[in-house]
Design a protein around this ligand. Sequence first.
Ligand SMILES: Cc1cc2nc3c(=O)[nH]c(=O)nc-3n(C[C@H](O)[C@H](O)[C@H](O)COP(=O)(O)OP(=O)(O)OC[C@H]3O[C@@H](n4cnc5c(N)ncnc54)[C@H](O)[C@@H]3O)c2cc1C
Ligand code: SF4
Length: 326
Amino acid sequence: MKAFVLDHAASAEDAVHSLQSGAVAIAGGTNLVDLMKLQIAAPDRVISIRRTELGEITPEGEGLRVGALVTNADCAADMRVRENWPLLAKAILAGASPQLRNRATTGGNLCQRTRCGYFYDTTQACNKREPGSGCAARNGFNRIHAVLGTSDSCIATYPGDMAVAMLALDAVVLVEGASGAREIPIAEFHRMPGDDPSRDNTLEPGELITAVRLPAPTGGVQIYRKVRDRASYAFALVSVAVDLTMDQGRIARCALAFGSLGTVPWRDLAVEQVLIGEKPSPSLYAKAAEVLLKDAHGFGANDFKIPLVARALAATLNEATQTGKA
Ligand SMILES: Cc1cc2nc3c(=O)[nH]c(=O)nc-3n(C[C@H](O)[C@H](O)[C@H](O)COP(=O)(O)OP(=O)(O)OC[C@H]3O[C@@H](n4cnc5c(N)ncnc54)[C@H](O)[C@@H]3O)c2cc1C
Ligand code: SF4
């Protein structure tokens, strides 16, 4: 690991000041330290935000403000989250391991980098790690890679679970930078690769995530289904988050998001429109999957994700509509 200077910020303001002068933020360190060991990240200065005020969960209007430093474990255990936004608790608990969730934070989870093996192997071509070097995954081992939102430059997924639930819940990422505070709807937070996969998200240089705001609870049935190679401690092959309300046997409201399917947590409002107002049925679920996957494109080893997500979507919708029957 390259030598670096570690400072501790006493407040978010202090941290923003350090970020502006080129330091890199560290929260739980569960992703950044791995990247530093491999010298994929090699900052001269690292600013820890663990002593700042960002570790609180506080009510905000009818919603909830989850500080950037709140650990995944604390967020998933919070009774307000469990009762009113159970989708978020379920998605977090489907991720990583108890030890990691005790350390991993809300802000760090949003910014975690891809799990593409070529990104972590510095002997391989990777446009995300080294712009212009190529993409070894396109014709390589691409079983975990994306089938939506890919580009010639990069086909990696954002691998996390928490952000997928937040996307279905219409969360907002709160950010502080040199020019003050701004809010980024989570649907605009992660960036598709286009011709610059080196940037994963829309944070500007020097900006700090201070919190995520969850809007008022919907009262819907909320399910997170994660399909993976083993039952725990594995990233998703695909995942489906649903928040759905039934009325008189029909789907009255529906928000859906998908993980490890696209290059970013994936939401397509056209899929929800197919479902809203309709009576649940296998043919309706198949129609929704068709709309979701109309532009899907596999790269060989990941072709299986296309039928897999169609089945996962049908199973999730079936469970949610049966649970929410009204
Ligand atoms: C073995 C293993 C299995 C895992 N399995 C899963 C899984 O199944 N599902 C899942 O979702 N995740 C999984 N993870 C990923 C884990 O959830 C992330 O590593 C973790 O959430 C990152 O949070 P952190 O606080 O440790 O971030 P750090 O490692 O501290 O930081 C990560 C990045 O975020 C930036 N950052 C941190 N806080 C802020 C902030 N407030 N503002 C701006 N930038 C910030 C850092 O600069 C860095 O670039 C796994 C990780 C490991 C190692
Ligand atoms: S898919 Fe993206 S992260 Fe993986 S090798 Fe290609 S450019 Fe790198």
